[in-house]
Every structure is written in C-alpha cells, then in structure tokens.
Design a protein around this ligand. Structure first.
Ligand code: ADP
Length: 261
C-alpha cells in the first residue's frame, strides 16, 4: 500500500481525449458513465473532486460531421466550441444519474499568473465545491490555445491543482504509468514512484501514441513537476478500467506516483 504526502480531501482528476472517445472520435458514453459513477462515489465518501476533461475538439468534429479532427487552430477552436456543449451535456446527464450537478469552468493558465483571475477562479471553485457540485474544467480555447497546441490539458490540470490546493492530481491516460522508454518497446519497464524529475527521467518521455492524444509524456512530466514543487502528489494511471480511481484513492500500488516535495 502507498501513503500519499497529504490526506486525500480534495483531488483533481484529468481525463485525456483518448480516454473518453472511441477510436473514430465518437464520445465513449460507457467511459463517461463509469467516470461519473466513480467520481460520485468518491464524493459520497466526502472527497471533493474536480474533473478536468479534454475531448471537446473530437466531440465537436463529430457533431459537425467532419471526417477528421481539424488541423488548423481556428478550426480546432470552432470544433471545441461546439464539442464543449455536447460534452457537458453528456457529463450533466451522467452525473445527474447519481444526483450530482456539474458546473462548467473554462480557464486559461492566467489563473495562476494573474492575481485577480486567481482569486476569482479560487472563489468559484470553492463555492461550487461547497455546494457539492462537480466542477468540470477545460481550457477556454476561444481565447487561449496553449493546451490545444501542446498539452491536452495536462499542464492546465496541474495549474488547477495548485490554484485550488488539491491533495492529489490523477492523470488518466491510455498507458499504465510512466515507463523508462516509450511503452511501444516491449522491453519498457514501468516506474512505480518518481521523486525527482531530472534529465534522466525527461529523456524517457516520448510523444503521444494516438491520433486523439496530443501531449504525450512530455506534458505529463511538466504537470508532475508543477505539482511536485507545491507538495502535491500526482498519479499517472490507465483509464481503461475506471475502477482504477477507487484503487488509487485506497492507496493501492497502481500507476506511477510522482511524489510531491
Ligand atoms: P492522453 O491523450 O491520454 O493524455 P497521450 O496520447 O497524449 O495521452 O500520451 C500517452 C502516450 O504517451 C502513450 O500512449 C504512449 O504511447 C506515449 N509515451 C511516450 N513515452 C512514454 C513513456 N515513457 N511512458 C509512457 N507512455 C509514453
């Protein structure tokens, strides 16, 4: 069993596009329902949960009947605008099955750098959490394009974790954890715990493995280092079975733990 640096009272969970969409880009309803079940059950245990969800571009491209994801930035922004609505509608339906309301929060990284935005964001998060609502976060792609270009919300979820003083960030992806090299290499070995992100660790990180993924491991390591600096633990784990969330919270040894300093 693993012991986290802090007692888990408030956690941020981030799902990547590949975790909630089918291969062709359709929204994976089963995954979203399972996610809502797991998060609602954590909330029923008294744990505050904030969800950071990617997938708006893929959902929007489908809703508009595109055969593939737009490649240009403004096309992605338009798809995200349509897809965000579709995605939130699906989340809202799923969470209401378990008696929870969801709130949409669209942010940019300025919630960390701009003191007024920081205070506004914290107040909104805290109020929603106090009201037992599940905040669902995405980048505001209309005014900021960092995550759609580089990160698939990895960095954003770390910044949200810092802003709301979370105890743990869980990044769910399509790999079991962080490996010593790209796991497409059958000899790759998964690391259980990482306490420092040095050049050696960075040299193990490769790019995204699927057409819907964007950040790959580079942005996940960036997220880890933002969290670790603030004493926040981060776990990278596989979303293929969302029961992994309860296992992580129980302290079971799944995924890779990046231990906060
Ligand atoms: P998501 O969309 O879930 O955020 P990405 O596709 O952006 O995920 O990143 C996950 C992918 O990163 C994995 O499927 C894997 O192919 C790739 N990858 C590259 N290097 C590593 C590594 N060292 N450990 C684990 N995965 C790696």
């Amino acid at each position: 069993m693993r012991k986290f640096s802090n007692e888990l009272k408030r956690i941020v969970i981030k799902v990547g596009s590949s975790s909630i969409t089918h291969e062709g880009g359709e929204v994976n309803l089963e995954r979203i329902w399972d996610l809502a079940w797991e998060i609602s059950n954590l909330k029923n245990q008294g744990i505050d949960v904030v969800l950071v969800s990617s997938g708006a571009i893929a959902a929007g491209a489908k809703r508009m009947g595109f055969t593939e994801r737009p490649k240009d930035i403004s096309g992605k922004q338009a798809a995200a605008s349509v897809g965000q609505v579709a995605l939130m509608q699906t989340y809202s339906r799923a969470f209401s099955e378990f008696n929870y309301a969801v709130g949409q929060i669209l942010v940019t990284k300025h919630i960390i750098t701009d003191p007024v935005m920081n205070e506004n964001a914290r107040n909104t998060f805290n109020e929603l959490i106090e009201l037992n609502v599940v905040p669902i976060v995405n980048e505001n792609d209309t005014i900021s394009t960092y995550e759609i270009q580089f990160g698939d919300n990895d960095t954003l979820s770390a910044l949200v974790s810092v802003a709301i003083e979370a105890d743990l960030l869980i990044l769910l992806s399509d790999v079991d954890g962080f490996y010593d090299r790209n796991p497409s290499d059958p000899e790759a070995i998964m690391m259980k715990e990482i306490c420092t992100i040095d050049d050696e660790v960075r040299s193990c990180a490769g790019g995204a493995g699927t057409s819907v993924g964007t950040g790959g491991m580079v942005t996940k390591l960036n997220a880890a280092s933002i969290c670790m600096e603030q004493g926040i633990d981060m776990v990278l784990a596989n979303s293929k079975d969302l029961k992994v969330l309860r296992s992580i919270v129980k302290g079971e040894d799944v995924g890779t733990l990046f231990r906060g300093e």
